[in-house]
Write a protein that binds this ligand. Structure first.
Ligand code: NAP
Length: 282
C-alpha cells in the first residue's frame, strides 16, 4: 500500500487574526510551487505564547509568522536570533531547524523592498513615524541602514513609554538622532520630515483619526502606511491631499511574506501571481 505522507505545517501566531492574509498568501505559494505544506492560523493570547512556540517543532511545523501582539515577547522564547531581529528586539518569522527555533525579522526587508520599488534610488535624511512598536522599530532600522535616514521623530500617544521601550533595543545605539513627541506635536514632526510612516493600526477601520492636517504634508515628501486594508487609508488620503506621494502596506505584506517563504522552503514565492490574486480581495 502506498504510504500517504502527512503535510508539513506553517502558520501565523497572533491575536486577533481575522483579517490576516498570510494564510492565503502562503497556501497559494505552496500550491503554486507544489510544496507539501499547509499554513494555519494559531490565534492565542499572550499567556499561551510560550507553550505554543515550544510545541512547534514537535507538531511538524517548518516555521511560523508571529504578529501583534507577540512580536517582542517571542524574542525571549527561541534558541537563536538573526542579527536584524536581535537589533530591533522583534521577531515576525520563526524557522524550525531540527528541534531548534531561529527568530528572524522579515518586516525589515519587506519594507526595504516595497519602498525601493515605490521610490527607486531615493534617500531620506529625516523621518516621522507614527507609533513606536515592533513595526516602527523595523521601519526605523530599515530607513537607517538602507535609505540614509539619520533624524527620527517618533510620534506616540505616550512618548515616555515609547522612549523607554525603543531605547532598550540594541539598534538604538547605532548613532542616530531621535525625538519623541506627543500627538499634539505631530504636525511639526511631519513638516520636518522627508518621509512619514504610519506604524500604528489607526485607520484599519477606515476612520479619519490622525492628529494632523493635510497642510503638514508637502510635495516631494513620501508617506507610507503599513496598513494594507483598506488599500487607500485615511493616512494616505491626508498625505495625498497635502501633495505627498503615498504608498500603502500591501507591497510590504507581499515582500515580507516572500522572505519568510524562502526561509522556510528554500524556494521563491511567486510574487507576481500572489500580488495579482491578492488584489482580488479589495
Ligand atoms: P505594535 O507593536 O502593537 O505597535 C503599535 C503601535 O501603535 C504602538 O506604538 C501603539 O502605542 C500605537 N497605537 C496603537 N493603537 C493606537 C491608537 N489608537 N492611537 C495611537 N497609537 C496607537 O504593532 P506593530 O507590530 O508595530 O504593527 C503596527 C501596524 O503596522 C499594524 O497596523 C500592523 O498591521 C502593521 N504592519 C503591517 C505590515 C505589512 O506587512 N504591511 C507589517 C508589520 C506591521 P501604545 O504602545 O501606546 O499602545
Amino acid at each position: 500500500m502506498k504510504k500517504i505522507q502527512r503535510p508539513g505545517l506553517a502558520g501565523i501566531i497572533g491575536q486577533p487574526l481575522d483579517h490576516s492574509l498570510s494564510p492565503f498568501i502562503h497556501n497559494l505559494g505552496f500550491s503554486l510551487r507544489k510544496l507539501p505544506y499547509v499554513f494555519v492560523k494559531i490565534e492565542i493570547p499572550p499567556a499561551k505564547l510560550s507553550r505554543t512556540i515550544g510545541a512547534l517543532a514537535d507538531l511538524g511545523f517548518i516555521g511560523a509568522n508571529v504578529t501583534m501582539p507577540h512580536k517582542e515577547a517571542a524574542v525571549g522564547l527561541i534558541d537563536s536570533l538573526s542579527p536584524e531581529a536581535l537589533a530591533v528586539g522583534a521577531v515576525n518569522t520563526l524557522v524550525v531547524k531540527g528541534d531548534k527555533l531561529k527568530g528572524c525579522n522579515t518586516d525589515i526587508d519587506g519594507f526595504v523592498r516595497s519602498l525601493e520599488s515605490f521610490d527607486r534610488g531615493r534617500k531620506f535624511s529625516s523621518a516621522a513615524l507614527f507609533g513606536a512598536g515592533g513595526a516602527a522599530a523595523a521601519v526605523a532600522y530599515a530607513l537607517f541602514h538602507n535609505f540614509g535616514t539619520r533624524n527620527f521623530h517618533f510620534i506616540c500617544r505616550n512618548w515616555r513609554k515609547a522612549k523607554k521601550n525603543l531605547s532598550r533595543k540594541p539598534f538604538f545605539d547605532e548613532g542616530f538622532w531621535a525625538d519623541f513627541v506627543d500627538w499634539e506635536d505631530a504636525e511639526r514632526a511631519v513638516r520636518a520630515s522627508d518621509i512619514v510612516v504610519n506604524a500604528t493600526p489607526i485607520g484599519m477601520d477606515g476612520k479619519k483619526t490622525f492628529p494632523v492636517s493635510p497642510a503638514a504634508f508637502r510635495a516631494g515628501q513620501t508617506a507610507c502606511d503599513l496598513i494594507y486594508n483598506p488599500p487607500l487609508t485615511p493616512f494616505m488620503r491626508l498625505a495625498k491631499r497635502g501633495g505627498a506621494r503615498a504608498m500603502g502596506g500591501l507591497e510590504m505584506l507581499v515582500q515580507q511574506a516572500a522572505v519568510s517563504f524562502e526561509l522556510w522552503t528554500g524556494e521563491k514565492l511567486p510574487v507576481e501571481k500572489v500580488r495579482k490574486e491578492l488584489l482580488n480581495f479589495f
